[in-house]
Design a protein around this ligand. Structure first.
Ligand code: SF4
Ligand code: SF4
Length: 315
């Protein structure tokens, strides 16, 4: 953990402007590729791996075949069910995406320099200044590319921008401490307190995440907690109650706690990467359930507790 795992080539998924959910004010969010967790509910499977990947969009494909001829690795085939990608052979060179007249193939994961990323976020400088916003580094998991992220956060601050680090907390203390030196605040995901369930559902234990939470609060950084509320995974009253006890008792700098209701619309993203998603047919939660869980979360004493997201009709 902590070391750059992509041979010094930082990879960014996307830089998205006009965000209202990733810290105070209007923000630009720099999404880094690569995450050490593999949460079963993840809405961004294109962020799992720290390498570029090819995605095929079935709804855009017109069967033009230009991609087949363009591929130097012969990694593409047109079958009755559409384009198939030999992912062992494909090195995500992007030649097929350039050749496709319909934009049905895209490589996700682009190399940037810190200066290039800064130039891009500075385009919205006026929005940040007028709204009390700034820049948030997110992912994937930004602490997997600490040198690049440190440089970007430092240069944002030198340009007078407010900076936020959005992390899953599964990072080395060394990397986190370095980044905290350049972040005005932290957004941290706390999903489950039970170590075994955390390991089962995210691929890693919760210990390091809790240590990160303590480190952030010990450094006096304002902290916003986010908890994805996932049916059958994190939505028990016991889990939210245990998190409330931990947050209220141990994390003195928490300013806000958001419960994010499960969203089942990302199955297509998994299919574009030839992955299956076990929550594809899971229904949304009911509004009354989210309100009840928010009530439990308020027992933490955190000043601002809110829930958001789509819900299903009550039965
Ligand atoms: S920590 Fe976030 S980005 Fe990483 S796998 Fe979990 S939900 Fe996805
Ligand atoms: S990204 Fe490159 S190697 Fe992969 S399928 Fe397209 S052309 Fe072939």
């Amino acid at each position: 953990m902590g070391a750059e795992k992509n041979a010094g080539k930082p990879l960014i998924l996307e830089i998205r402007g006009n965000s209202l959910d990733d810290g105070p004010g209007i923000r630009s969010v720099v999404f880094f590729k690569g995450c050490p967790l593999s949460c079963v509910w993840c809405h961004n499977p294109e962020g799992f791996e720290l390498k570029p990947q090819l995605m095929w969009f079935d709804v855009r494909c017109i069967g033009a075949r230009d991609c087949l001829a363009a591929c130097p690795k012969k990694a593409l085939r047109l079958t009755p069910s559409g384009i198939t990608i030999d992912r062992q052979a494909c090195d995500a060179c992007g030649a097929c995406a350039e050749a496709c007249p319909a934009g049905a193939l895209e490589v996700v994961g682009k190399e940037y320099t810190p200066a290039g990323a800064l130039d891009e976020v500075m385009r919205d400088e006026a929005f940040y200044r007028n709204s009390g916003g700034g820049v948030t580094v997110s992912g994937g998991e930004p602490t997997m590319q600490p040198r690049f992220v440190e440089e970007l956060l430092r240069s944002c601050r030198e340009s007078g921008l407010h900076t936020a680090l959005d992390t899953c907390g599964y990072s080395s203390a060394d990397a986190l401490e370095r980044l905290l030196g350049h972040a005005d605040m932290v957004l941290l995901d706390l999903k489950l307190l039970d170590d075994e369930r955390h390991r089962e559902l995210t691929g890693v234990g919760v210990g390091r995440v809790l240590e990160s939470a303590s480190l952030v609060t010990g450094a006096g950084k304002p902290l916003w907690i986010r908890t994805p509320v996932i049916p059958g995974c994190t939505d028990s009253e016991e889990n939210i109650g245990a998190l409330a006890t931990f947050i209220g008792g141990k994390l003195r700098t928490v300013e806000r706690w958001d419960l994010l209701a499960f969203n089942n619309t990302c199955g297509a993203k998994y299919r574009r990467l030839d992955m299956s998603w076990r929550l594809e047919d899971e229904p949304l939660l009911e509004k009354s359930r989210m309100e009840a869980l928010a009530g439990i979360a308020r027992e933490s004493g955190v000043k601002e507790v809110a829930w958001s997201g789509a819900t299903r009709r009550e039965e």
